[in-house]
Design a protein around this ligand. Structure first.
Ligand code: PLP
Length: 403
């Protein structure tokens, strides 16, 4: 039996990581989700409906592109991109949001509830809710609402209710608390839709299954293009959903090296980065075990990244496990390297990447050097339109690009 079938175990554990540590009132709801998912995962009508949606609504399969100019400019390995920026709504997140919403529909639920930080998950979930004609309630800190105005407008246009969260630091952590509280009162008619391959069981397993389409497509497309498997597969890691999606296509091919890329931000000091696996230790956060950045009492550290989709002090349990196993390696790109990659991909390939995805590109650019004859497949998790104003107003247009 292969790795994917064996992991996680029946209780959602990847070794010591994962599980579900939740308030007793929520236990029946998470159990119901796990059972419903196991039931429909092999149901032909569910599988066909998801297949139809991916093709006719999301625009899948997304292509693999050979980054010829960039590879030549660096001089080394050949870099290829799996183009999740071309998935509808501009990132990979819609892959799991459509899967979660379809599951909710099959469970007879009428409403989707979630939190959002920068608004990317909120927009993807609101898109899914509109498609299925469901209600959507997104909890968002007041600080983030002020910072991420365009995404708030998008969610409202898509028909979602945005609930401002006004306690504590008024950012992502409080939004999670607020969304959980609301879910406790509405568990019968609503489903809580987590935005990455993390959270209590069964979400890490489910989100991996929904994102696996990235790796499955990419493996087939890459072989068709080159006749071989890639030597390296690279993806950025926030919670870990786009990375696990790519990795799962190659995890049973031991000759493919898997690389997760964490945000090193302004450097290794506490509060300057969100490189959880690189600098963290085993612990617990938001109802599951994983590697965390936390103090001795387990309080999460403050985190920073130029890419707001990556700044979380925990990480998916499966990445924690793959790290300990040594099956995947986890490296970093800092804010400066990330900006260079953002400019380089725009200039050399005509593709403006999300700042999150730029971390993976930056790492691939470092990896490519001196590796002539090898190939690197990068998951380009999203497009950079959302980051244009921030980057150009603060850093200009990359006039002094050094490659
Ligand atoms: C949210 C986001 C990420 C980070 O989330 P993962 O779950 O780690 O994939 C990466 N890229 C983009 C474009 C995002 O929107």
């Amino acid at each position: 039996m292969g790795y994917l079938k064996q992991h996680p175990d029946a209780n959602g554990f990847f070794g010591e990581y994962g599980g579900a540590f939740i308030p007793p009132q929520l236990e029946p709801h998470f159990k119901a989700i796990a059972e419903a998912y196991d039931r429909i995962a092999s149901d032909a009508s569910y599988i066909n409906e998801l297949r139809y949606i991916r093709k006719h609504f999301q625009g899948r399969p997304t292509p693999v592109s050979h980054a010829r100019n960039l590879s030549r400019a660096i001089g080394g390995a050949n870099i290829y991109l799996k183009r999740e920026d071309l998935n509808h709504s501009g990132a990979h997140k819609l892959n799991h949001c459509m899967g979660e919403a379809l599951l909710a529909k099959h469970m007879g639920k009428k409403k989707l509830i979630a939190e959002t930080g920068a608004g990317q998950h909120g927009v993807a979930l609101a898109t899914a809710a509109a498609y299925f004609g469901m209600e959507c309630e997104i909890h968002m800190g007041e600080v983030d609402i002020a910072k991420e105005h365009p995404n708030v407008m998008r969610m409202k246009l898509l028909g979602a209710t945005v609930v401002p969260v006004s306690f504590g630091a008024r950012t992502l952590k409080e939004a999670v608390d607020s969304a959980f509280m609301s879910y406790m009162d509405q568990g019968e008619e609503a489903i809580y839709a987590i935005g990455s391959a993390l959270g209590p069981h069964p979400f890490p397993k489910m989100v991996r299954a929904f994102q696996q389409i990235i790796g499955e497509e990419a493996r087939e497309q890459f072989i068709e293009m080159t006749g071989e498997l890639p030597d390296h597969a690279v993806a950025c890691v926030g919670g870990g959903s786009n990375a696990i999606g790519l990795f799962s296509g190659f995890i049973e091919d031991p000759e493919v090296q898997l690389h997760g890329v964490e945000p090193l931000g302004k450097g290794p000091g506490k509060g300057n980065h969100a490189a959880t696996i690189t600098y963290g230790k085993p612990g617990q956060i938001h109802g599951f075990n994983c590697i965390v950045l936390a103090d001795e009492e387990g309080n999460p550290d403050p985190v920073h990244s130029i890419a707001s989709g990556l700044d979380y002090p925990g990480v998916g349990p499966e990445h924690s496990y793959l790290h300990d196993l040594g099956r995947a390696t986890y490296g970093t790109a800092d804010d400066k390297e990330t900006l260079e990659a953002f400019y380089a991909l725009s200039r050399y390939e005509g593709i403006i990447p999300a700042l999150e995805s730029s971390h993976a590109v930056a790492y691939a650019m470092k990896l490519a050097k001196g590796r002539n004859g090898q190939t690197i497949l990068v998951n380009l998790s999203g497009r950079g339109d959302k980051d244009l104003d921030y980057v150009t107003e603060n850093f200009g247009f990359g006039e002094d690009l050094s490659i």
